[in-house]
Design a protein around this ligand. Sequence first.
Ligand code: NAP
Length: 299
Amino acid sequence: MNTEAVSAHLARRAAVIGWPLGHSISPAFQQAAFDAVGLPVTYRAVPVAPDGLEAFVASLKHPTDNGPEWLGVNVTIPHKQAVANLVDDVTEEAQQIGAVNTVICTNGRLIGHNTDAIGFLRAMLDRDIDPVGMSAIVLGAGGAARAVAVGLLRHGVTELAIANRSPERAESLCWTLQDKFPRVAVKPLPLDAGVLRTRLAKATLLVNTTSVGMRGGPDPDGSPVPVDALSERHIVYDLVYNPQITPLLAGALAVRASVVEGLPMLVHQGAASFAQWTAVNPPLDVMFAAARRAIGLVS
Ligand code: NAP
């Protein structure tokens, strides 16, 4: 952890980087957190094109613009894997997930870390939902699915199925995970209504990590599974955070299933990055309030 930044009270900067960045709400809740604990840090959204990534990461160590030193950055699509090859060290968590969502600048070194899995789990545990012993289905096989699957496998699910529109991506992710977690059965499935209906009859936890249901995404009004396959005994977690209640979650609420929305994961992964950068307890209430305000502004 970066205690140097806290004790020195020197002005620092932090950012979220991605391409295209679109409208990120990370600056709203991270800046609110720095302000609330009285740290002189400025947090911005910085679009970084893929061909500028290497130079940008180098500038985290050696700023060329006379600006303040960097505390760290959050990393989003499409840079999470590429950044792992550009930092000095990668934590075990980030190695397991195969992606970096947080860079920590400390003592002249860049450490690549990943807080997505812990953010995902904390949002569940906040609702008193513990995945230990559950049979789970993860929808999607992109970057978020990797973090979710690692979080679930580390946290004691007994069975994991990964269903994806492009079946080869689900298969490849399952092979990688099965190799790392040989004691749990990890099985690929097609994203097919009939197959998912059958599997939901025995699974408890359903996690959507596809972009289906996302405002402005490929299928904003859709649900990745038929909602009539859900029942009261299911726990349905949707990583999509805008809107807060997606068509999938609306269907789950209609049958009195337990639900977890995507916004708490977003705030918790950001809070875990904040804690790594500063060694200060993140002011969660402030961060949640700022995130909810920011989502309201973009909806
Ligand atoms: P990604 O790597 O681009 O993966 C996107 C996934 O969505 C892939 O599995 C893709 O399937 C699937 N998909 C896209 N359009 C689809 C469609 N029309 N029908 C079925 N499947 C479709 O993106 P990501 O980083 O994993 O993010 C995925 C979602 O999670 C986004 O909505 C993102 O905002 C959200 N997310 C939330 C948090 C949070 O903290 N709450 C964190 C990370 C991500 P194919 O492989 O077939 O293309």
